[in-house]
Design a protein. Structure first.
Length: 531
């Protein structure tokens, strides 16, 4: 059972087994709700069997069944009444989606929100609503307008600033200034697009509405979910309290990347520790990039001999695509980096400069490894944003559930998702969003015109691995680790460090981003059409 926590006292999952009831009892669950009709599929455990076994564990049960897409107001009301403030509730259906959806509907219908909902009926109708004005959302809106300039599009995002996040690696390496990676959000929203500077509270896909935090409903014909990813700093004990001081930094935040460079410049000896959490994370190579650029500076300034560098990776390998590992290994040797795999950062004591990693020892026992540091560069664990994970749009792991090629939602056919928030099994990079945006735009336009959707995404992602100042291993690959180089091998061998890739990263990609991708120009990423 893959259990998804919605609130402190409500969780959902796919169909449970009897041994799952034991685990739920141990976790304090007092009520189990089944949202599946019996005999929905062959071999399904009946509600009566679940109820009988749950009773032996002193767990109450409720059966509120409905078929997918056929939830009725009476179901919602029965569900709402079943949710008591003193109950710890777990609900299940075939995948967990119905149980998420009915919970959200119950919140909308509660007495506390009913008056707000009545006063805030849909006040605006759009052809396309895009949730998230990051790289993926803006690029998709711009690509849609290139195809149909008359579209009425709304972008929803509360942020005041837009960032070129790939540039933060170079900020931390002393190459860029942080300010060069930022623009006012108002300046990058595509022309003829409505920007709502609001946060989304909930999705009502059966009504084709998005509910904002202020209670307003926004109606759409088509919805694009490009809400990005949540950096979960608080998942590591003590980290939030020490970020930006005590030698603790991260290139994953705009305000911290300059501190990385300050630490690198001023470190003359001692221990430098770099961490990488479990996947998925945005730009899986970024934790290493910070390390390589730091080591390059120390080497060129004759400091590396006095600095002990360690890389603690929660994963089991240096990089997920084997073709690029030999080049990276050569730099691990060059910089004399001590690598520690299957080590996950769980606690930071900033004032005492100690980091703690969870791992498994040679006897298979879970243990905590402690190390001191003078500098600690952290990559935080990452999840989908809370308002996404608590929505009816997601899979059991909390990511928006889409077809990996068409990027269309698996259940709601007028919804698409792309970028870091979707469950496509590709590297979460800006380059991936650049390749996905034209696919989503083309497929939405085809759906509007009554045509079969044919544009497909091949999993393309790019990770320019900055192994030293002036050289980059330009990793480009798709689904299954298939190499998808943009340039011929004679011009740039992506498996080797090259100066050309550095020029691309430092000089060409930033203007390409601001004046190309965000303007709807699809250079090198015209969508492939299914035959």
């Amino acid at each position: 059972m893959l259990r998804k926590i919605i609130t402190d006292n409500y969780s959902v999952s796919e169909q449970i087994r009897l041994d799952d009831v034991d685990a739920l009892a141990e976790s304090g669950v007092t009520l189990i709700i089944c949202n599946r009709p019996d005999d929905e599929e062959e071999g399904q455990l009946s509600f009566a069997d679940v109820a009988a076994y749950a009773k032996t564990k002193n767990i109450k049960t409720e059966h509120i069944p409905f078929a997918g897409g056929q939830m009725q107001p009476s179901d919602v009301e029965a569900f709402r009444l079943a949710l008591k403030s003193d109950e710890n509730v777990h609900a299940y259906c075939r995948t967990g989606n119905r149980s998420s959806q009915i919970w959200q509907a119950a919140q909308e219908s509660s007495p506390e929100t009913a008056s707000i909902a009545q006063d805030n009926k849909a006040t605006a109708q759009y052809d396309v609503v895009v949730v998230g004005a990051g790289s993926a959302g803006i690029a998709t809106a711009a690509s849609l307008l290139k195809r149909k300039p008359s579209l009425k599009i709304c972008l929803i995002d509360p942020a005041e600033s837009h960032f070129y996040q790939p540039g933060w690696t170079l900020v931390g390496g002393g190459v860029f200034k942080a300010a060069s990676t930022r623009r006012n959000m108002a300046d990058v929203i595509p022309a003829h697009t409505k920007w709502l500077k609001e946060a989304v509270k909930a999705f009502l896909p059966d009504e084709n509405h998005v509910v904002l935090e202020n209670g307003q409903k926004i109606a759409y014909q088509y919805l694009v979910v490009a809400a990005g990813i949540k950096l979960n700093w608080d998942a590591i004990e003590g980290l939030s309290a020490t970020l930006g001081r005590n030698g603790v930094t991260s290139n994953y935040r705009y305000d911290l990347a300059p501190y990385t460079w300050e630490l690198v410049k001023n470190l003359n000896g001692g221990k430098a520790v770099f961490s990488q959490p479990p996947m998925p994370i945005k730009c899986a190579g970024a934790p290493q990039k910070a390390m390589y650029l730091s080591c390059d500076h120390w080497l060129k300034n004759d400091k590396l001999k006095d600095i002990h560098v360690s890389f603690y990776n929660a994963g089991a390998v240096l990089f997920g695509v084997a073709n690029y590992v030999p080049s990276l290994e050569s730099y691990i040797q060059k910089y004399q980096v001590n690598t520690h795999f299957t080590h996950n950062l769980v606690k930071v004591d900033g004032p005492n400069k100690r980091a703690y990693f969870a791992t498994t020892d040679k006897d298979g026992e879970k243990t905590i490894v402690e190390t001191e540091f003078e500098m600690l560069h952290v990559c935080p664990p990452q999840t989908a944003p809370d308002f996404i994970r608590n929505s009816p749009l997601v899979d059991a792991a909390g990511w928006v559930d889409v077809d990996k090629e068409t990027l269309q939602h698996t259940q709601f056919k007028n919804i698409w998702s792309l970028g870091d928030v979707s469950n496509t099994p590709n590297a979460k990079t800006m380059a991936a969003a650049r390749a996905q945006a034209p696919v989503v735009a083309q497929n939405i336009v085809d759906a509007m015109d009554g045509n079969t959707i044919r544009a497909i995404y091949d999993g393309y992602g790019s990770c320019p691995l900055t192994v030293e100042r002036g050289k980059i291993v330009l990793a480009e690959f798709g689904y299954g680790g298939k190499l998808l180089p943009t340039f011929p091998k004679w011009l740039n061998d992506g498996t080797k460090p090259t100066y050309l890739a550095w020029v691309l990263k430092e000089d060409l990609l930033p203007p390409f981003y601001w004046h190309g991708m965000l303007k709807g120009y699809e250079w090198f990423v015209k969508p492939t059409m299914r035959k």
